[in-house]
Design a binder for this molecule. Sequence first.
Ligand SMILES: Cc1cc2nc3c(=O)[nH]c(=O)nc-3n(C[C@H](O)[C@H](O)[C@H](O)COP(=O)(O)OP(=O)(O)OC[C@H]3O[C@@H](n4cnc5c(N)ncnc54)[C@H](O)[C@@H]3O)c2cc1C
Length: 312
Amino acid sequence: MENSNHYDVIILGGGPAGLTAAIYLSRARLKTLLLTDGTPGGQMTLTHEIANYPGIEKINGYMLGSVMKKQATSFGAVVKGNTEIISFAFEGATKSVATGDGQTYTSDAVILAPGGRSRTLGVPGEDTFKGRGISYCATCDGDFFTGKEIVVVGGGNSALEEAVSLTKYATKVTVVHQFDHFQAFQYAVDEAKANPKISFVMSSTIASFYGDEKLEGVTIKNLDTGEETDFSTDGVFIFIGYVPNTEWLKGVVNINERGEIIAGADMSTNLAGVYAAGDANAKRYRQVTTAVGDGTIAAMAAADYLHSLKRK
Ligand SMILES: Cc1cc2nc3c(=O)[nH]c(=O)nc-3n(C[C@H](O)[C@H](O)[C@H](O)COP(=O)(O)OP(=O)(O)OC[C@H]3O[C@@H](n4cnc5c(N)ncnc54)[C@H](O)[C@@H]3O)c2cc1C
């Protein structure tokens, strides 16, 4: 009797990378299970508008995630949200995954697509105003701040490069950085300093965010004197690093010093039959389109791997 909990491929992570892989695999008539710990859609669900996904002029991020999920399930993929992975074994020919609801699933191949998250400040008000004045993505949200005054937090390359790019939209950009010097390359520092729309508040951090319905300002704390000052602003962009959701994969697949999964051009990892796609992979650019591209490649490579198993 066929084991109903056995799949051709199990995908772990339900952002655009995982959902795209589910669309391709199920459309290729492969028995596909996608497990994700939150709402299908991943980080896309955190943004109210995606305006750079080709073919769709503007769409709510949650909606794009639910359309991708619908597309995958319409081809037969099983998509389970809010599912916690409690244990797994990926090394042998048959992979297995146990979930918090007491189920154990097995498969011949696995695609890891756990994505990542922006590093947060972790100060009062940050959760409240996320997506309502606080953003972690200039490419995604810069346009919403056209003609407005904004704050950028951070002093590395991303912070300074994004501060410069945000001057296309904002009338004034105030960079708040915790040290008295920047970590960015000199060219990025020079470019930011030469921009008349950018000013700097050094040796300082954001102590809290305030506002009513939406963000109205930040309390800036001077780290040398301890003095706190309220500063009105329309928006805050935080660029203090990125954290891949790969803590659970350490020692399982090859991961670099930044916690990113090392995958080949075909998204293969060091384990046979285990592929990785999306923002969790070691790469420079992280967007919906790049995640979708990775998911496509991982699905096609996994399908080839399954065919090669049958030929043996
Ligand atoms: C606020 C915001 C706005 C953005 N706006 C845009 C935009 O306008 N345009 C654009 O192109 N990009 C945008 N991005 C970036 C884009 O959302 C990401 O690049 C993309 O979602 C990455 O896709 P992914 O599938 O690799 O991972 P994710 O979207 O991160 O999805 C991974 C999913 O896997 C889940 N997961 C993690 N670990 C496990 C585990 N152990 N078991 C099961 N599930 C797990 C996560 O909870 C998550 O739901 C934005 C990002 C943010 C944060």
